[in-house]
Design a protein around this ligand. Structure first.
Ligand code: ADP
Length: 425
């Protein structure tokens, strides 16, 4: 049991007073006696501090705790306890680190731990195969080892949802997907995986859809032409009129799907739109689109700002959203289309007051062939590709599409463009 601090300290003070009294009584020099006693006490304290210091620099071990009592005993005891606690914590952290490293070692992806200044702290075996980063590169900045403006941007971005695609520095035919994960306060984990095969499969899918659509286009045009002639033929028996009309409508639907699929593959095949972009006067374009509609649409233009983009694509984006509002609402329901500035964004918006879309569908509406209301979409000749096209066009123009809808109230589709610097015409 540790002695109570006060009782021991009381003894020390009592001893000091006794020494003063004794010295004073024996010599009669009270001041000298007090000074000598205090000096002795200070020397003694200094000795304790020195012992404590030696113990600290020798690693505060249990087996060489300095002889102490009173407050010094308490201090030594507390230091030992803290040391034990921190040792246990260190052991646990080391075990965790070893476990994490062994997981990362067997990881099928390249994993590189970076410090605050983006220098390599640790890397696994895959890093050498995919990114040419070896053990000797420890301490080197990752952007000096992998020269890529995209990686530089990723390292300096705070948005951890970002991913980039780069060519492998070891083999330019290998495509890599890189992602950065924050580890604690001053470390990051860079993960890279080989997506060459995935990209190849995507390319194959795209070219298959594009080729198939091209091949189907001509026969469908021929069938639709013949059906149109037969449909108009006055000698056509009454019993055949209805099936021929249905066949004609279905062929028309297939033609629409083929056209939309071809539009999507065109959008996917040209990535850089800068060279083919022009200044687009959105106010004029919206007015023009709404003039040709078979329904009245309220137009609210609050800005004259222009955007830079591909006009045919922007027409398709606006038309798709306005046509959807018309298709999916009753005849006399109000539809508003807007063009306005919101902080540093320019917004094109279509709001309708129709049936609205249940919340569970909203996140999926831009997927190909996804329909919230299958029956109505087909009845209206919908292809299920309209919003996929809108979303693709928006992305190509660095814009975002957001959908807000409430059942029984209506839907609002908003495309937000960045403010653009007009290029000289
Ligand atoms: P579709 O050719 O079927 O209209 P879209 O991709 O344009 O394909 O739209 C996907 C689905 O989103 C539609 O099938 C429809 O269910 C829903 N939708 C789109 N716009 C609206 C709207 N304004 N109001 C209600 N539902 C809509």
């Amino acid at each position: 049991m540790k002695p109570a601090i006060l009782s021991i300290e009381k003894w020390h003070i009592t001893l000091a007073i006794l020494a003063i009294l004794l010295g004073g009584l024996l010599t009669g020099a009270w001041l000298i006696s007090i000074a000598l006693s205090l000096f002795g006490y200070i020397i003694w304290m200094y000795y304790r501090i020195y012992q404590f210091y030696i113990w600290i620099i020798n690693g505060t071990r249990q087996n060489n705790v300095p002889d102490s009592d009173g407050i010094w005993d308490k201090i030594n005891y507390q230091v030992l306890q803290d040391k034990n606690k921190s040792n246990n914590r260190k052991k646990r952290l080391n075990a965790l680190l070893k476990r994490s490293q062994s997981i990362l070692k067997g990881f099928p992806y390249a994993a590189i731990v970076l410090d605050q200044s983006n220098a390599v702290e640790w890397s696994n075996k895959e890093s050498s195969a995919l990114l040419n980063i070896v053990k000797n590169d420890k301490g080197q900045r990752i952007n000096h080892l992998i020269r890529s403006p995209k990686l530089y941007k990723l390292l300096h971005s705070n948005d951890r949802s970002n991913e980039i695609e780069i060519e492998s520095p070891k083999d330019s035919s290998v495509q890599l997907l890189l992602k950065l994960i924050t580890l604690g306060v001053d470390s990051k984990l860079l993960i890279a995986r080989d997506i060459t095969q995935r990209n190849r499969t995507l390319e194959m899918r795209k070219s298959f859809i594009s080729n198939a659509s091209h091949e189907l286009r001509t026969p469908l045009t021929v069938i639709s032409g013949y059906l149109e002639i037969i449909k108009e033929d006055k000698s056509l028996p009454q019993s055949l009129s209805s099936p021929i009309n249905t066949a004609y409508e279905q062929v028309e639907r297939m033609q629409n799907i083929i056209e939309d699929l071809l539009t999507l593959s065109r959008l996917e095949s040209t990535n850089d739109i800068q060279d083919i972009s022009t200044n687009i006067n959105m106010a004029k374009l919206i007015n023009h689109i709404c003039q040709d509609l078979n329904r009245q649409v309220i137009i609210e233009i609050n800005t004259n700002e222009i955007i830079i983009g591909i006009e045919t694509e922007i027409i398709s984006l606006c038309t798709n959203l306005i046509q959807n509002a018309i298709f999916y609402t009753q005849k006399h329901t109000k539809i508003i289309t807007r063009w306005y500035k919101d902080k540093d964004k320019l917004c094109f918006e279509v709001q309708d007051f129709g049936a609205g879309i249940p919340h569970k569908h909203l996140a999926h509406l831009t997927q190909r062939f996804y329909r919230a209301d299958k029956g109505r979409s087909k009845e209206q000749g919908g292809t299920g590709l309209g919003l996929a096209i809108v979303n693709h066009i928006a992305q190509r123009h660095n814009a975002t599409l957001s959908i807000n809808s409430k059942v029984g109230i209506g839907s609002t589709f908003t495309v937000r463009f960045n403010l653009s610097q007009p290029s000289p015409l």
